[in-house]
Write a protein that binds this ligand. Structure first.
Ligand SMILES: Cc1cc2nc3c(=O)[nH]c(=O)nc-3n(C[C@H](O)[C@H](O)[C@H](O)COP(=O)(O)OP(=O)(O)OC[C@H]3O[C@@H](n4cnc5c(N)ncnc54)[C@H](O)[C@@H]3O)c2cc1C
Length: 392
């Protein structure tokens, strides 16, 4: 019997899980196209950007797929040709499919704000996190004092996670180099009236309180207008800084608009109750307009759902309908502390911090055997190197 060719675009949370789940079924011939040679484990990037090990945030695809029959191609997917059922890629030519699964994630959006793309830092990849980390060390070693302001723009989970860890990391850098310890001014800037605007109000409040305790100035209702080499313009006033991190904007991968997918009012891809956009094309994870898209747990859930349905269809049985699953939102805010939201349950403090640590272990294990997942997870406690610049 001819195997069914499944082509998966995107080697992230959804794409990898779908490939892993389908790879145990011999009826499928699976190709995974990824523009990276590794899996970006986004939830740990804030940690890597503040002294944590690189391996917390990136897992090589060859490690994940070495014992499977999945063909992993490093290439950039460009055009879908629906009539010939092929995808043209940059790097691996044209690939044919019977079923196409797409999960290409989000890209950074600067909303056209002048200077941001040129001068700000990001933490959306390990390379970006390390560029940021290098800048922190460079600047402190050069000036023998901290920058005037460390500005994190975006009071969503990524901005909060980074802001929570930054004061202690800056102290650590100064202490390590014998620089007389000065308080670093870390500012978290949010355009909405409160941080974590998608979570309940009491959670925003508790998080803002915790950030202030850690020495972070939380400024809401602040609109960023431009950035120059040494200042950020906010509400018409300059804030002096050489260290601005932009975490405030994401946009759906441009692949979908370029390939005539129907976009929803949320600027995500319209999918039906089976996560299909057309008979043999499925969209999963951040790109699909589902109630809880935008978090890793949903991407993982989508991938498992689609893989299960493809197996049912291959067995001649009807596919199941998609039932959105409420995710657990846990936002770490400084060492050991977090907020947790699961429906009506709201928790904050050290217990939520412990839940987050456990959730990280489970998330690694969703992709790797317990032994490898535990080794990676334990690296959370170890720092990559004492100094990024001088290695001492
Ligand atoms: C900094 C940060 C921190 C986060 N923290 C958390 C958290 O703590 N908890 C949580 O639940 N969620 C978190 N998220 C969200 C979570 O990471 C996403 O919801 C999840 O990654 C979505 O999975 P996905 O498979 O849809 O996309 P992704 O995981 O983004 O995967 C998409 C993949 O497609 C690749 N790709 C893109 N374009 C192409 C192309 N044209 N051709 C080939 N490959 C391509 C990308 O390189 C990427 O590897 C965080 C996100 C960020 C950015």
């Amino acid at each position: 019997m001819r195997k069914r060719k499944v082509l998966i675009l995107g080697g992230g949370f959804a794409g990898i899980k779908a490939a892993q789940d389908l790879s145990t079924d011999r009826r499928f011939d699976i190709t995974l196209v990824s523009e990276e040679d590794h899996f970006r484990f986004y939830p740990a990037l804030y940690h890597t950007a503040t002294g944590g090990a690189r391996k917390l945030s990136q897992i090589s695809l060859s490690e994940l797929f070495s014992k499977t029959s999945v063909r992993v191609l490093r290439a950039r997917a460009e055009t879908v040709h629906r009539t010939t059922k092929t995808v043209h890629t940059k790097g691996a030519g044209t690939i044919s499919y019977d079923t196409l699964l797409i999960a290409l994630g989000m890209t950074t959006n600067y909303f056209g704000i002048p200077g941001l793309e040129q001068y700000s830092y990001g933490i959306k990849s390990v390379d970006e996190a390390e560029r940021f980390k290098k800048h922190l060390h460079d600047q402190i070693l050069r000036d023998k004092k901290p920058d005037l302001h460390y500005v994190i723009v975006g009071g969503g989970p990524t901005g909060v996670e980074l802001a929570g860890m930054l004061p202690s990391y800056l102290s650590q850098i100064m202490k390590h180099h014998g620089i007389k310890h000065k308080r670093a001014h870390v500012e978290l800037i949010e355009a909405a009236p409160r941080i974590l605007p998608r979570l309940p109000k009491d959670v925003s409040k508790a998080t803002a309180r915790q950030l202030r305790k850690l020495g972070v100035a939380v400024r809401t209702n602040q609109k960023v207008e431009a950035e120059t080499a040494d200042a950020l313009m906010i509400n018409g006033k300059p804030l002096k800084s050489h260290t601005v991190v932009w975490t405030a904007g994401v946009a759906c991968n441009s692949f979908f608009l370029q390939n005539n997918f129907t976009m929803s009012e949320h600027h995500k891809v319209v999918v039906n109750n089976y996560l299909q956009v057309e008979g043999n094309i499925y969209v999963m994870g951040d790109n699909a307009d589902t109630p809880y898209s935008g978090v890793a747990q949903t991407a993982l859930y989508d991938a498992r759902f689609v893989a299960r349905n493809l197996k049912l269809i291959a067995s001649g049985r009807p596919p199941k309908q998609y039932k959105p699953k409420l995710p657990l939102y846990v936002t770490p805010t400084g060492p050991g502390w977090a907020t947790l939201v699961w429906g009506k349950l709201h928790l904050h403090g050290w217990l939520a911090g412990a839940v987050r640590k456990l959730a990280d272990l489970i998330a690694y294990h969703d992709y790797q055997p317990w032994w490898s997942a535990s080794k990676r997870w334990l690296a959370e406690e170890a720092h990559e190197e004492p100094c990024f610049m001088c290695n001492d």
